[in-house]
Design a protein around this ligand. Structure first.
Ligand code: WTA
Length: 650
């Protein structure tokens, strides 16, 4: 296959994104799932019926006749259809002769591998569904799953779906309080958890956390315990054994329950760097079809692929693109117990080579951490299996984007920067890799069928190049139930679909070609003097400086001053000189108004479990407000040092 680029280097003049553009490589476009250059126009003209492309990817028990039902002010995608989600993700692939294809390949923290074919997956899901049913789980019940990336997690999710029960996955690193809140708020009387798991080389207990959460929940909770550390964990009086139940019900046949398209499939709480966790409920038909279609069109996943979504299943990315999307397509999804930047050897290259990964999807945070450790020489691990790279979760700066494409994609694989949220269910803004040129630093236009705009505080569109809030102007199938019942802003979903609008919480700028550059969440703005600047704008110019690994800028309260927290490659960087370079660069490239008054060099930035920088905490520390509870952080141990360094420099 000859690998070369079509067009290169058109500039769009956008002030914030990089200005280089790269056409889809010919070798990629020739075989891509979606290569129709007119797709956006077709979708726009034929909306909402264009979404039959997503609906028709699924098997329906009762075919839908209406693509978008707008009765009673409630938007229901494929509203009169009925379907079985676990049939769509499992049984139909077995029935289609792919029973020996690998559905899930799991790689444990110590490198052990376990493979489930689609037939194995069906047997596991049926056994666990039968077990849950014997414990009283039925349609509409909420089952809380408190487990890391182990095979039992997707199996139990699909077992819930098979019974018409809703899963409520809680990220395994959360504290007992957070677990209890999410169980109580979701009205969940069932808990499936594990004795513990492995993280960064050590065993982490999970049972005590689950036990204390149960003490806080008023309901009588039925518990099931997976033995990850021990084959036969102590169950006490409070748990049934997952392993024993699974063996008892091995061979059971459980017919999947058919659900209305608009019935809930699961609940999940948003991670939130800014406020309280928020419950999001996704639908069975709209969500699943949108997961399948975006996995095809944006991530270009095919049934024969080995695909690695490096997110934890505890987040929406793991739900949509680790479990539901790839399994609906019948592909092999890789599930790693450890995050991509904590694989054996501290990097993902060995796994990419060994598993021959075709498509890799990760976050800018993980990429920056890999970059900081350094890539192995290009000839040490074979990366030629990679066809497409994706990122999600935060803005990716052009410098990290290029590093990603060079080091993981051999300088050739297309990179898709995908913007979306727990609420959107699936990717909402991205380039289509075989259709649209890539522009490092800009996520791209809306996915076909979604029209995106940037609006001011009154909801009026701002001029191209002006900063505002990202808004989506038309409903799409993956939207969560709350958006389907309210919309945001205009909220006139029933009679005037064109007046419907979802105003997100993200700051953005749109270029003349419709490409959107994300600037961080609304809360992530620097208010200095009369002006507000997106943190991402400032951070992007700082992160382009040699030696800088990561940066977060925050306002120092009431002073109209700015602090930049920077982590750098200490072996090659003089911190004093770096501070001067940071200040000069920001003043020159953005404005003296946001030139950081303080540049504070820290070993690492505080991150949430899903890898987002916790700017709120940095603002609290630098403003002298203290920092409170750090259980939402994946690296709470750095906070003490950040505080010490901050005080020392005062
Ligand atoms: C941010 C994760 C810039 C954004 C799927 C959004 C991004 C929040 C991108 C949702 C991206 C996600 N570029 N920012 N490509 N992708 N975000 O709910 O602020 O965990 O609102 O969903 O992540 O986070 P959530």
């Amino acid at each position: 296959m000859s690998r070369g680029n079509q067009g290169v280097d058109e500039s769009d003049g956008s002030p914030t994104a990089g200005t280089d553009r790269y056409g889809p490589p010919c070798w990629f476009a020739d075989t891509a799932n979606v290569a129709d250059a007119g797709i956006r126009d077709r979708f726009a003209e034929d909306w909402p019926d264009c979404w039959t492309v997503a609906g028709d990817m699924l098997d329906w028990d009762r075919e839908y006749e209406t693509v978008l039902n707008r009765d009673e002010g409630h938007l229901a995608w494929f509203g009169d259809g009925r379907l079985k989600p676990s049939h769509n993700c499992v049984d139909r692939h077995v029935a289609a002769g792919r029973k020996n294809a690998i559905a899930i390949r799991w790689i444990g923290a110590d490198g052990e591998r376990e493979s489930l074919t689609y037939l194995d997956l069906q047997h596991e899901v049926e056994a666990v569904a039968a077990a849950l049913r014997s414990l009283g789980v039925g349609p509409g019940d909420v089952v809380t799953l408190f487990m890391p990336n182990v095979p039992e997690l997707p199996v139990t999710m699909l077992a819930c779906a098979r019974l018409g029960a809703l899963h409520n996955v809680v990220y395994a690193g959360f504290s007992a309080d957070e677990l209890a809140d999410r169980m109580a708020s979701a009205d969940s009387d069932f808990l499936v958890t594990c004795d513990g798991y492995y993280r960064r080389g050590s065993a982490v207990g999970q049972r005590n956390t689950a036990d204390s959460a149960r003490l806080q929940v008023d309901a009588d909770v039925t518990g099931v315990l997976v033995g990850r550390l021990a084959d036969d964990p102590d169950l006490g009086r409070d748990y049934h054994s997952y392993g024993a139940l699974r063996d008892e019900f091995a061979g059971a046949e459980v017919d999947p329950v058919a659900r209305d398209a608009a019935d809930p499939l699961f609940v999940l709480y948003t991670s939130g760097t800014t406020g309280e966790p928020d419950r999001v409920t996704h639908t069975t038909g709209g969500y699943l079809s949108y997961a399948a279609w975006t996995a095809t069109a944006v991530l270009d996943i095919r049934p024969e692929d080995t695909y690695w979504c490096a997110a934890d299943i505890g987040w929406i990315t793991g739900h949509t693109y680790g479990v539901y999307g790839p399994l609906a397509l019948g592909t092999t999804t890789l599930l790693h117990e450890s995050p991509a930047d904590h694989q054996a050897g501290g990097h993902p290259w060995a796994s990419i080579e060994r598993e021959s990964v075709d498509v890799f999807y990760t976050s800018p945070t993980a990429l920056r951490s890999m970059r900081q450790r350094g890539a192995p020489p290009a000839d040490e691990y074979d990366r030629s299996s990679i066809r497409l790279l994706g990122t999600v979760g935060e803005p990716i700066d052009p410098s990290t984007w290029h590093w990603y494409r060079d080091e993981l994609g051999g300088g050739e694989a297309p990179v898709v920067d995908t913007w979306w949220q727990t609420e959107t269910g699936g990717i909402a803004v991205a380039t289509l890799p075989a259709v649209d040129p890539m522009q490092p630093g800009a996520a791209g236009p809306g996915v076909p069928g979604l029209s995106v705009d940037v609006v001011d505080d009154d909801g009026a569109p701002v001029a191209d190049g002006e900063e505002g809030t990202l808004a989506v102007q038309r409903p799409w199938p993956g939207m969560c139930r709350r958006l389907a019942s309210e919309g945001h802003g205009a909220g006139a979903g029933r009679d005037h679909p064109d007046a419907w609008r979802y105003v997100t919480s993200d700051r953005a700028v749109r270029g003349p070609d419709g490409y959107v550059t994300l600037l961080g969440r609304d809360a992530d703005t620097l208010d200095v003097g009369q002006a507000a600047y997106g943190t991402a704008v400032v951070e992007r110019v700082v992160s382009a400086l040699d030696g800088v690994t990561e940066v977060a800028v925050v306002a120092i309260s009431e002073d109209d001053e700015v602090a930049a927290y920077v982590s750098c490659d200490r072996s090659s960087t003089d911190p004093d000189a770096l501070a001067g370079r940071v200040r000069a660069r920001v003043a020159r490239e953005i404005s003296p108004a946001v030139r950081p008054n303080r540049v504070i060099i820290v070993p690492e930035l505080p991150k949430t479990h899903s890898g987002k920088v916790m700017r709120r905490l940095l603002a609290d520390v630098v403003s002298g407000r203290g920092y409170g509870d750090t259980s939402a952080l994946r690296n709470p141990e750095v906070v003490g040092e950040i505080e010490t360094v901050t005080r020392r420099q005062e």
